[in-house]
Design a protein around this ligand. Structure first.
Ligand SMILES: O=C(O)CCC(=O)C(=O)O
Ligand SMILES: [Fe+2]
Length: 375
C-alpha cells in the first residue's frame, strides 16, 4: 500500500490532471450532471408556531417527493419529553431521513469559523511544513493518519482530486499528537475543542434517532461508548478546470454518523437520491449529518447510508468531516429490537475492525461499501 502524490502540488503546475485522476467516460461527473433544485429546508421551530401549518405542508411535500430534507435542528436539541419534541419525533419517524443539516446546534458561529480558518491555514503552509505530518512512512508505506492523498492499492486505481489531513481524535489516549499540526499555533486546541463540541451535538442527534426507532433512547450513544473511534478528516480540494475528475468518488461513509462542516462559499457535495445526483446547497455554519454504513447495519436497514460524491470546482474548496465509529473490537449488528418476523435480519454480526478493513479496501477502489455486512 502506497500513497499518491499530493494534489495541491499537481494543481500548482497549472497542467491538466494526470491520467491517474481521470474518470472513465461513463463514470465522469459530467456524464451525470446534478439536478439544481434545492433540497427542501424545514425549520422545526416554525412547525410549532400557531402559523406552522404551512411549514407542515412543506414537510409533507418534502417527504413525498424527496424523502430527505435539511432541517433546523433546534427542537431536536430539547432533550426532554415535552409535547413538541414528541411531535417532531413522530414527524421525523416517517421520513427515515439520511441526510440533514443542523442549525441552532449551539456551537458558536465564530468558533466554526476558527475551525475552518485553522484548517485553511494549515493547507496554505509550504509543502515541507505539511510533509512533517505525512501519511507516508519513510519507505513510502501508507499510514491511515496524517497528511496526504489516497491509499493506492492497485496500478489502475483512479485517484481523487483531494488532499486530506486525517486524524484520530477519540479516544483521546490514542491520539497520535506527532501528526497534529503545530502550525497554525491554535490548530491543536481548536481541534480538541471542536471534538468535544461536535460530539455533544452528535449525541443529541443519536438520541433522537434511537427514539425514532423505538429503541432505548441511549442505544446508539451507548453503542459508541467511551472508546468510539472518532476521526477528523480535513478535506482540501484544489481548484480544477476539468470536470473529468472527482474530489471524492461516489461512496457511502463507513461510520455510524458523520458530521460535516461544509465550505461556506464553494459547493461540491452531491447526494444520490432516486438514481439522480442532487447538489447539497450551502447553509453557512450548518452542520450536515450524514448516516454511515454502521448506522444502516445497526438499524437493520431502516436508515440508509446515502451514496455521495464531491465534484471539483474552479475555486478551491474545504470541508471538515468528523466520523463516529464503534470501537474496533466491538461487534456491529442490527439492534435486537429491530429484528422480527416482519423485518428479518439483513446484516450479519461482524467485528467493527473487520468491517472497516473491508470498507477501506472497497472505498479506495471506488467500490460500493454498503453491502460489506449484508447477509
Ligand atoms: O467534502 C465534502 O463535502 C464531503 C466529504 C466526504 O464525503 C468525506 O470526507 O467522506
Ligand atoms: Fe463521505
Amino acid at each position: 500500500m502506497v500513497g499518491g502524490k499530493v494534489v495541491q502540488e499537481l494543481a500548482r503546475t497549472g497542467q491538466a490532471p494526470p491520467d491517474r485522476y481521470i474518470q472513465t467516460n461513463d463514470s465522469r461527473p459530467i456524464a451525470a450532471p446534478a439536478v439544481t433544485s434545492a433540497v427542501p429546508v424545514i425549520d422545526l421551530r416554525r412547525l410549532f408556531r400557531s402559523d406552522g401549518a404551512e411549514e407542515a405542508e412543506k414537510l409533507r411535500s418534502a417527504l413525498q417527493s424527496w424523502g430527505l430534507f435539511q432541517v433546523g435542528v433546534y427542537h431536536l436539541l430539547v432533550i426532554d419529553t415535552d409535547i413538541p419534541t414528541i411531535q417532531v419525533i413522530w414527524l421525523l419517524r416517517r421520513t427515515l431521513f439520511t441526510v440533514l443539516q443542523a442549525i441552532g446546534h449551539d456551537i458558536p458561529v465564530s468558533f466554526l469559523d476558527d475551525v475552518q480558518d485553522a484548517a485553511r491555514r494549515f493547507f496554505q503552509l509550504p509543502m515541507e511544513a505539511k510533509q512533517k505530518y505525512s501519511n507516508l512512512t519513510e519507505t513510502g508505506e501508507f499510514g491511515l493518519e496524517g497528511y496526504g492523498n489516497d491509499c493506492v492499492l492497485t496500478e489502475d486505481q483512479i485517484l481523487d482530486w483531494n488532499d486530506r489531513l486525517y486524524l484520530l481524535v477519540q479516544p483521546e489516549d490514542e491520539r497520535k499528537l506527532e501528526l497534529w499540526p503545530e502550525d497554525p499555533s491554535n490548530f491543536r486546541d481548536v481541534l480538541h475543542e471542536y471534538t468535544m463540541k461536535a460530539r455533544k451535538v452528535v449525541e443529541r442527534v443519536l438520541w433522537v434517532m434511537a427514539k425514532l426507532l423505538e429503541l432505548e433512547e441511549n442505544y446508539f450513544i451507548n453503542q459508541l461508548g467511551d472508546r468510539a473511534g472518532v476521526y477528523a478528516r480535513f478535506n482540501y480540494y484544489p481548484c480544477c478546470s476539468t470536470d473529468s475528475v472527482f474530489g471524492i468518488k461516489p461512496h457511502s461513509d463507513g461510520s455510524v454518523i458523520t458530521a460535516l462542516l461544509l465550505d461556506k462559499e464553494v459547493e461540491g457535495l452531491q447526494v444520490l437520491k432516486d438514481g439522480e445526483w442532487v447538489k447539497v446547497p450551502i447553509i453557512p455554519h450548518a452542520l450536515l449529518f450524514n448516516l454511515g454504513d454502521q448506522m444502516e447495519i445497526m438499524s437493520n436497514g431502516i436508515f440508509k447510508s446515502p451514496v455521495h460524491r464531491v465534484v471539483t470546482n474552479t475555486k478551491e474548496r474545504m470541508s471538515v468531516a468528523m466520523f463516529y465509529a464503534l470501537e474496533p473490537e466491538k461487534y456491529l449488528e442490527p439492534a435486537e429490537g429491530l429484528v422480527d418476523e416482519k423485518r428479518p435480519r439483513l446484516y450479519k454480526k461482524m467485528r467493527t475492525k473487520d468491517f472497516l478493513d473491508v470498507f477501506f479496501q472497497k472505498f479506495s477502489l471506488g467500490q460500493s461499501t454498503s453491502d460489506c455486512a449484508k447477509l
